[in-house]
Design a protein around this ligand. Structure first.
Ligand SMILES: *Cc1c(COP(=O)(O)O)cnc(C)c1O
Length: 410
């Protein structure tokens, strides 16, 4: 605790939002995670999304150890990177070419550089409660860990960076119209199924409207599919909804639990990236062979059947959690592989709705779940990430623990 700020290397892990100390992990397998004190939990964080196959999946482990035996990094291209890019392009209509980075933050930072280069404009529009990594210009009302700190942005972000970003409420068509009319916008960024204020799906027609308005105004539509990519369906939210962005940002599942992310677009746009074009972006460990091996092994497991299974598991959990809440008013939102239990009597359709939830009661419920061997996301503003390793038995014992936890905090 004396050598890591807050005891962690990323804020949400500290569990301050639910009023407890961080849990140090020793190991994990499948849907279960074990801490250094020997407590085992059913894990619904799953590394915040990458572990869609569950922990230590044999296919991923085998691919990573085979790659490691050949050397861990070369700083030169490999066939695996080409094959991973082909896999992504075959799944996502918005991606013809892919550039890999090591983190989602880098990928969204690079996507906005490309959008600004292509449009010759600077202003960005983002949604309140949407998180696109800790990029200076994208931290305004950014959801995720910032939401629990109760601050609009962060000290250290230059005012000039913050000024270049217009923040509008999610699901608010009039506000989007206004922002695009009032500013020369380079890019509108959206998590198509926002999951960093808890899961708040788009209202019918909203993503279609974003597509139409950005096209009309000459702005680029950027979908941050770092969470939704390869999770809500084979080809992410763009396949699920049929709304195709100009630039797609990826991460999490793309690296199968190792550090990898990327951004993709049409050949025309991606040809602007160096050295094909003039927009500079680089990375020492980008396309790292271990991460590429884990990503490919993960995507290879994710066929149509996997998504049917993941959706069924998520639906069962969502319905069961709603029932377990009994008389406590909760709103349960879900999509395949994502769900949130909002402690709210009103439907949650934007960030204002999310922050109006009873976060103290949510925290007490989380502590009660942890005491019963269930590891939920330790914040009202993060989604649960069920995986393919969550069995019907895991779901049953989760729902029993949830009912007991609701009873305890009643
Ligand atoms: C996690 C996340 C990021 C940032 O990715 P990192 O790898 O943590 O930098 C960006 N966008 C979304 C939607 C995310 O959930």
């Amino acid at each position: 605790m004396h050598v890591l700020p807050g005891g962690v290397n990323s804020p949400v892990r500290a569990m301050r939002a639910i009023g407890r100390d961080p849990i140090f992990i020793e190991r994990a397998a499948g849907a279960e995670i074990t801490d250094v004190d020997g407590n085992t939990y059913v894990d619904y964080v799953c590394s915040w999304g990458p572990m869609i196959l569950g922990h230590a999946h044999p296919a991923a482990l085998e691919a990573v150890s085979a790659a490691a035996a050949l050397g861990t990094s070369y700083g030169a291209p490999t066939a695996g990177e080409v094959e991973l890019a082909e896999l992504v392009a075959s799944r996502m209509a918005g991606v013809d070419m892919l550039r890999m980075t090591s983190s989602g933050t880098e990928a969204s930072m690079s996507a906005i550089r490309l959008a600004r280069a292509v449009t010759g404009r600077e202003t960005l529009v983002k949604f309140a409660g949407a998180y696109h990594g800790h990029v200076d210009g994208l931290l305004a009302q950014a959801g995720s860990g910032l939401a629990t700190q109760g601050v609009p942005s962060s000290p250290g972000v230059p005012e000039s960076a913050a000024r270049g970003t217009v923040v509008v409420p999610w699901n608010d068509a009039a506000a989007v119209r206004q922002a695009l009319a009032d500013h020369e916008v380079a890019a509108l960024l959206a998590e198509p199924y926002p999951a960093n204020m808890g899961l708040v799906p788009p209202e019918p027609g909203f993503l279609e409207l974003l597509r139409e308005l950005t096209t009309d105004h000459g702005a680029l539509l950027v979908f941050d599919e770092v969470i939704t990519g390869f999770r809500v369906s084979r080809g992410g939210a763009q396949e699920l909804t049929g709304v195709i962005p100009d630039i797609t940002v990826l991460g999490k599942i793309l690296g199968g639990g190792l550090p990898a992310a990327g951004y993709g677009a049409s050949v025309e746009l991606m040809s602007r990236i160096a050295p094909a074009g003039d927009v500079y972006q680089a990375g020492t460990l980008s396309g790292n062979p271990l991460a590429v091996a884990a990503g490919r092994a993960t995507l290879e497991q994710l066929d149509e059947e996997a998504y049917v299974h993941l959706a069924a598991t998520t639906e069962k959990l969502a319905a069961g959690l709603r029932e377990a809440a009994g008389t406590r008013p909760v709103q349960v939102a879900w999509a395949a592989g994502l769900l949130t239990v909002f402690f709210s009597s009103e439907p949650v359709c934007d960030y204002a709705g999310a922050i109006a939830c009873d976060a103290d009661a949510y925290g007490a419920w989380c502590r009660a779940l942890l005491a019963r061997g269930v590891y939920p996301p330790p914040s009202q503003f993060e989604a649960w990430f069920p995986s393919l390793a969550h069995s019907p038995e895991h779901v049953t014992c989760t729902l029993e623990a949830a009912a007991a936890a609701f009873a305890e905090i009643a």
